[in-house]
Design a protein around this ligand. Structure first.
Ligand code: PHE
Length: 340
């Protein structure tokens, strides 16, 4: 019996030595000390031991039982500590790791160019006006001195809507709407989408313009030149060369296109592909408001004069950022948009 006890003791201690987890220790406890455990069975066998041997044997069994219990307690504590430190390690949060940067939004290049231009005009006292994108023929054409069969209507590539309406082909109808409802002196700009049946690398069916106009007594071509030079230099730099070149629009007389000195070749032309060798880049259309336009809105052309201009926003942004295809503005490609 003594040998049996010694071998149980040795086996139990060896098994506990290799036990890693709480569960494994619990299994060993059941195996040795449980109701059907090996040591428990030996204790039960005590009734067969002779009365003389019983005290010594009893003491031995108890000693071994206590020893195994103590080893179980210790192994259990170790296993718990190991499991806990493992869990702590796996749940560890490194508060010193740099945070993930949120993706920063930016304003669209067209928005940026628009803001620069609007700021320049607002700084000169111009107020903001608005008009509808679906216009009637009268405001888009007729009041702007396009007679019904005028060939200049062809230039506009009009998109027609049901009921004699058109998608406005330019922001100039806003001139008419403002002058119909207000008296001079006035100076206003109108920013918005415009539409033409035209689509290629430099034309989009939907594009944007800034219209501007100023009406008062004694407004001259010099005012036009001063205001536009200021605005264009706000976008392209204070040193930009500016020239006005005769042109034609039904609603202005005289009319002029404004060119800036080419920033690609510095105005020297040659083989420059930005200005196609001319040294100049066309940036906008302008002119003195035609007397027929004043008559249409009930202003006396003998009393008032004024200038007007229309700027293509995509065109300015393409020039400024050297963008080769207008469709990039509307493709919502973040690789493109995040460059601005
Ligand atoms: N509306 C003209 C266009 O779209 C631009 C313009 C506006 C020209 C005002 C002169 C005066 O081409």
């Amino acid at each position: 019996m003594k040998e049996k006890l010694e071998s149980i003791r040795a086996a139990a201690l060896a098994a506990l030595d290799g036990a890693q987890s709480e569960n494994a220790v619990e299994e060993l406890r059941v195996r040795y000390l449980g109701r059907k455990g090996e040591l428990t069975a030996v204790l039960r066998g005590m009734r067969d031991v002779s009365p003389e041997e019983r005290p010594a044997m009893g003491a031995l069994v108890n000693r071994i039982k206590e020893e195994v219990e103590a080893a179980i307690g210790e192994t259990l504590a170790n296993a718990r500590a190991a499991e806990r430190s493992q869990r702590v390690a796996s749940e560890r949060i490194d508060v010193t790791i740099p945070g993930r940067r949120p993706l920063l939004g930016r304003s669209h290049p067209l928005t940026q160019v628009t803001a620069e231009l609007v700021d320049a005009f607002v700084g000169l006292g111009f107020s903001l006006a608005e008009g509808p994108e679906i216009e009637d023929d009268y405001h888009n054409f007729e009041a702007l001195n396009f007679p019904p069969d005028h060939p200049a209507r062809d230039m506009q590539d009009t998109l027609f809507v049901e009921g004699e309406r058109v998608m406005r082909t330019h922001t100039s109808p806003v001139q008419i709407r403002v002058m119909e409802s207000q008296q001079p002196p006035l100076r206003a700009i109108a920013v918005g989408a415009t539409y033409r049946h035209d689509s290629d690398a430099t034309h989009s069916p939907m594009f944007h313009q800034i219209e501007g106009f100023m009406v008062d007594r004694g407004i001259t071509f010099a005012h036009l030149k001063g205001v536009l030079t200021h605005a264009v230099r706000a976008v392209f730099g204070e040193r930009s060369a500016v020239r006005l070149r005769p042109s034609f629009f039904p609603f202005t007389e005289p009319s002029a296109e404004l060119d800036i000195g080419c920033f690609g070749c510095g105005g020297s032309g040659g083989a420059c592909r930005i200005c196609k060798g001319t040294g100049w880049i066309e940036v906008l259309g302008s002119g003195m408001i035609d007397p027929n336009v004043f008559r249409a809105v009930g202003y006396d052309p003998e009393e008032y004069s004024g200038f007007a201009f229309g700027i293509g926003i995509e065109r300015i942004a393409m020039l400024k950022y050297e963008i080769d295809d207008i469709r990039r503005f509307f493709a919502n490609d973040l690789r493109f948009l995040s460059q601005f």
